[in-house]
Ligand binder design. Structure first.
Ligand SMILES: Cc1cc2nc3c(=O)[nH]c(=O)nc-3n(C[C@H](O)[C@H](O)[C@H](O)COP(=O)(O)OP(=O)(O)OC[C@H]3O[C@@H](n4cnc5c(N)ncnc54)[C@H](O)[C@@H]3O)c2cc1C
Length: 390
């Protein structure tokens, strides 16, 4: 409707290198991601070639050690890269976040030998990862998972079904949480399973409301054999690893949510400047100006919150409470802002001719993944008031 270009986001970045990185990401986003986004999301096509390009550009291992092929960037920079990617297309931003989550176990808990063997290909060698915690009968109550790993000589044999797995069926490696011992959180161990392992298969992708380019599928493990060298961390440490990964992963979801919200705001501003009713651009009506002002303010507050959590993490300080707050606030913000963007576009907002309705459908899933927003409130309350009585 209007050729008014969106205002670039005012970013606080710590170094010139970080500023160059954001410019590079914006350039890739505008050239390689945005042009195909609407059509490919409609067709449910996963842009694998974009992930190869991101890997070649050093953007798939940003927060990890340079020694193993990572970019050694602080979280505050990595998250702003994610935000830019998600604004261009959520399938890409969320995909990078999930890949980072899947790489976390070997990066943070692997032995030096495991890190040297597996990380370079994950962080810059073109591989794509998946993170397998959820199961058909265990979502929020992830510690009740039933997938089993049984020791057989120097190997483990893994059997069970993982549910809702992002990149299920297309990933090159799967970080799998499986039960090796007692019921509950202490009986779970983490394994790194290659995508081409015998006995590993994926169901047809789920038919989802949005995020249709990102395949989400059940992954079946039918007697998958992996050597003990692919066990990450100690036996029984898997749930702690999974939760620790999620503390950081939630920040990725928060940043993606702000990216989607920012894209919706930019679309709304641009549309409102071009659409005329009652003889003037609708952006001149105070009712809409206030709506835009509220949208922008919520986005800035969300960005500030996820950056606060990231800076705590970068300083080596506890950040789990702030990460849960950021995930909760940023994803609720994305839902509100994208809903308002549809409203602001009127009837056109309800059609697939404009991206606002896609942003709204995409925002919804962010309130659910990596711990629903009810679970985030439980995490925050636990930090305030201690564990609930049983
Ligand atoms: C598109 C998509 C991608 C995903 N990707 C992955 C992935 O890559 N890897 C992976 O492991 N998982 C993935 N998930 C799974 C996701 O993490 C779970 O869907 C989520 O944790 C919720 O689990 P559930 O769907 O089983 O819901 P349930 O746990 O059954 O929850 C149902 C409802 O009950 C509420 N609820 C549950 N317990 C409580 C409580 N104690 N107090 C208050 N309310 C409660 C929940 O908030 C929710 O509203 C993905 C999901 C989706 C939709």
């Amino acid at each position: 409707m209007s050729d008014r270009a969106p205002q670039p986001v005012d970013r606080q970045l710590p170094t010139d290198e970080a500023r160059d990185l954001i410019s590079l990401v914006r350039d890739i986003a505008q050239r390689e991601i945005v042009p195909g986004a609407a059509q490919e999301e409609g067709a449910g096509r996963f842009p694998r070639e974009v992930f190869s390009l991101l890997s070649d550009s050093g953007l798939l291992g940003l927060p990890y050690d340079a020694e193993f092929g990572g970019g050694e960037q602080p979280y505050e920079v990595y998250l702003q890269v994610l935000e830019e990617l998600a604004a261009a297309r959520l399938t890409v931003g969320l995909g990078v976040s999930v890949h980072t989550l899947a790489s976390y176990a070997p990066a943070a808990y692997g032995t030096k030998e495991q890190q040297a063997e597996y990380l370079p290909a994950m962080l810059g060698g073109g591989l794509l990862g998946a993170y397998c915690l959820s199961e058909p009968a265990s979502g929020s109550d992830a510690a009740s998972l039933r997938t089993k790993a049984v020791r057989d000589g120097d190997d483990w044999v893994i059997t069970g079904t993982k549910a809702w797995i992002t990149h299920g069926g297309i990933a090159d490696f799967y970080t799998v949480m499986a039960r090796t011992g007692e019921e509950g959180p202490r009986g779970i161990t983490a394994f790194l399973v290659p995508g081409d392992a015998d006995g590993l298969s994926a169901a047809a992708p789920e038919k989802k409301m949005g995020l249709k380019g990102s395949p989400t599928a059940q992954v079946h493990l039918d007697g998958v054999r992996v050597p003990d060298a692919r066990r990450i961390g100690d036996e029984g440490q898997g749930f702690a690893i999974a939760l620790s990964a999620l503390d950081s992963g939630r920040l990725g979801i928060a940043a993606c949510a702000i990216g989607v919200a920012q894209a919706a705001l930019d679309e709304a501003v641009s549309y409102a400047a071009g659409r005329r009713q009652f003889g003037k651009p609708i952006v001149d009506f105070q009712g809409l100006r206030f709506m835009l002002a509220d949208m922008a303010t919520q986005i800035e507050a969300g960005r500030a919150l996820y950056l606060t959590a990231a800076r705590l993490r970068d300083a080596g300080l506890p950040f789990a409470k702030q990460a849960a707050m950021a995930k909760l606030h940023c994803t609720d913000t994305a839902m509100r802002v994208t809903t308002d963007a549809v409203q602001l576009l009127g009837g056109y907002g309800y059609t697939a001719d404009f991206p606002a309705e896609r942003y709204m459908r995409e925002a919804k899933v962010l309130q659910i993944v990596e711990g629903t927003n009810q679970i985030q409130r439980m995490v925050i309350a636990r930090h305030l008031a201690g564990p609930e009585e049983r």
